[in-house]
Write a protein that binds this ligand. Structure first.
Ligand code: NAD
Length: 383
C-alpha cells in the first residue's frame, strides 16, 4: 500500500497525553497506518506512561517522556495532543513555538484569548496547527453534505447530539469547569459546530444565546459506560455517590443554543451528555430554499446507539430516503488520519484551523454568558 509520507519516510509522531482518547482512538490507529510511525509518547502521569510502555515491549519499545519540553523538534514531524481541555492551549503553544506541527483534540481552546495565543504560536513557530474534526469524515455526514448542496440556499440548521447517558469521567476533570471549560457544550457541542462549518461557510455568528442545565449529571446511571466510567468506586469518605460527584461537578450536562449568522441563517444546537431518551442520537436537519434533509445517527463510541444511520430528503411534500453506507464505529478517525499527511504538507494550511476556531469559541462563550442566570432566579422558576 502506498502512503503519502513526508519525503520518503513515515511521519514521526509523538503522542502527548496518554489517557482514554490517546490509548483508545489515536495510538491504535497511528500504529496501523503506514503513513505514521509513533516515535515518542508523553504524559506526566506515571500510570499513562506505564500503560503505553507495557503495550510497546521489545524492539518496538517507545520512548516515554514526562514533558513535551523533552521532545526534540529535529526528531518529531507531528505531535498528536490529547491532554485535558485546560491544557490544550499551553501544551499546543509550547509545541508550535518549538516548530513542531500539532494535531490538537477538540475543544481546541476554551476562550477567545486562548485562540489568539495559539494563532500567535503558530505564526512564531512556523508550524501548522491541525484539529480533531472527525465527525466531518463520517460517511453519513458526507452524504448529508452532498444532499445539502442540492437544497438551494440554506436557511436553518438544527444540530443535536443527545445521549441517553454518557457523562464522561464524572467527578474528574471533564465535570469541573476550571479544567474542562464547560460541560456538554464544549464537549459534544464542539463536534456539532464543527460539522456545521461546511454547511454555513465562513460567516461569523452575529447572535448566540442559550440555556444550560444539569438534571442528570449526578446520577450514577448517567456515566459513560464505554469509557469504563460506570459503577466506578466512590471516593473514600463520601457520604454517598451523589455527594461524591456533586463535590467536583459544576458543569452542564445539557446545553441549548440559538444562533444567527452574519448572513442571516439560523442554527439551533442541543448537546446533552444524558437525557430522558432511550438511545444516544445525533440528529442534523437542514432547511433550504429548495428542500430539507435530515440525518439521524449516533456520533462517537457509545454502544447505546441507533442501529444504523438514516438520511432523508424532503421536497414538495415528499420525503425520500437517501442511501448511506454503514461503516464500523470509529471509521471517521481513520479517515481523518488519512487526510493528515496532505494537510501537513499544504503550505496554505497555517491559520486555517484558527479561523474556524475563533467563530466556534466566540459562539460558545456567548451561549455560556447568556445562560448565566442567577441561581435564585433559576430556582424560583415554576416546576
Ligand atoms: N475526538 C473525540 O471523539 C474525543 C474523544 C474523547 C476525548 N477527546 C478529547 O481528548 C482529550 C483527552 O481526553 P481523555 O478522555 O483522553 O482524557 P484523559 O483524562 O483520559 O487523558 C488525559 C491524559 O493527559 C495527561 N496529561 C495531563 N497533563 C499533561 C501534559 N502537560 N502533557 C502530557 N500529558 C498530560 C493526563 O495525565 C492523562 O493521562 C480531551 O481534550 C477530550 O476532549 C476527544
Amino acid at each position: 500500500m502506498s502512503a503519502p509520507y513526508i519525503g520518503e519516510r513515515p511521519i514521526r509522531t509523538a503522542v502527548v497525553g496518554l489517557g482514554w482518547a490517546a490509548r483508545s482512538i489515536w495510538l491504535p490507529r497511528l500504529r496501523r497506518n503506514p503513513a505514521f510511525t509513533v516515535t515518542a509518547a508523553v504524559d506526566p502521569d506515571e500510570r499513562g506512561r506505564a500503560a503505553v510502555e507495557a503495550e510497546s515491549e521489545g524492539a518496538d519499545r517507545l520512548p516515554v517522556l514526562a514533558a513535551v519540553h523533552d521532545l526534540d523538534p529535529a526528531e518529531v514531524d507531528l505531535a498528536v495532543v490529547a491532554v485535558p481541555n485546560h491544557l490544550h492551549c499551553a501544551v499546543a503553544s509550547e509545541l508550535l513555538l518549538k516548530g513542531i506541527p500539532v494535531f490538537l483534540e477538540k475543544p481546541v481552546c476554551l476562550t477567545s484569548e486562548e485562540a489568539e495565543r495559539l494563532a500567535a504560536a503558530e505564526r512564531s513557530g512556523g508550524a501548522v496547527l491541525l484539529a480533531g474534526s472527525a465527525a466531518r469524515y463520517r460517511a453519513d455526514v458526507r452524504g448529508l453534505y452532498r444532499i445539502a448542496a442540492r437544497l438551494g440556499r440554506i436557511r436553518h440548521v438544527e444540530l443535536a447530539w443527545v445521549r441517553a447517558r454518557g457523562v464522561p469521567d464524572r467527578g474528574g476533570w471533564f465535570t469541573q469547569r476550571s479544567l474542562a471549560g464547560g460541560g456538554a457544550l464544549v464537549d459534544l457541542g464542539w463536534h456539532l459546530f464543527d460539522i456545521a462549518v461546511p454547511l454555513l461557510g465562513t460567516a461569523a455568528f452575529r447572535h448566540a444565546i442559550g440555556t444550560v442545565s444539569a438534571d442528570f449529571i449526578t446520577q450514577r446511571s448517567s456515566r459513560a459506560a464505554w469509557r469504563g466510567d460506570d459503577g466506578g468506586p466512590v471516593p473514600p469518605g463520601a457520604a454517598n455517590a451523589a455527594n461524591a460527584a456533586n463535590a467536583a461537578t459544576d458543569v452542564e450536562d445539557t446545553a441549548r443554543g440559538f444562533l444567527i449568522t452574519d448572513d442571516g441563517r439560523s442554527v439551533v444546537l442541543h448537546a446533552s451528555w444524558a437525557s430522558h431518551e432511550e438511545l444516544d442520537t445525533t440528529r442534523v436537519t437542514i432547511d433550504g430554499s429548495g428542500g430539507s434533509a435530515t440525518l439521524r445517527c449516533t456520533f462517537g463510541f457509545s454502544p447505546n446507539r441507533l442501529e444504523r444511520s438514516t438520511l432523508t430528503r424532503t421536497v414538495d411534500g415528499t420525503t425520500r430516503p437517501v442511501a448511506v453506507p454503514t461503516e464500523p464505529i470509529g471509521t471517521e478517525y481513520d479517515r481523518q488520519l488519512d487526510m493528515l499527511p496532505g494537510q501537513l504538507r499544504d503550505p496554505a494550511g497555517r491559520g486555517r484551523v484558527i479561523e474556524e476556531v475563533r467563530r466556534t469559541i466566540s459562539a460558545i462563550e456567548r451561549v455560556y454568558t447568556s445562560a448565566r442566570i442567577p441561581r435564585e432566579v433559576r430556582e424560583s422558576a415554576p416546576v
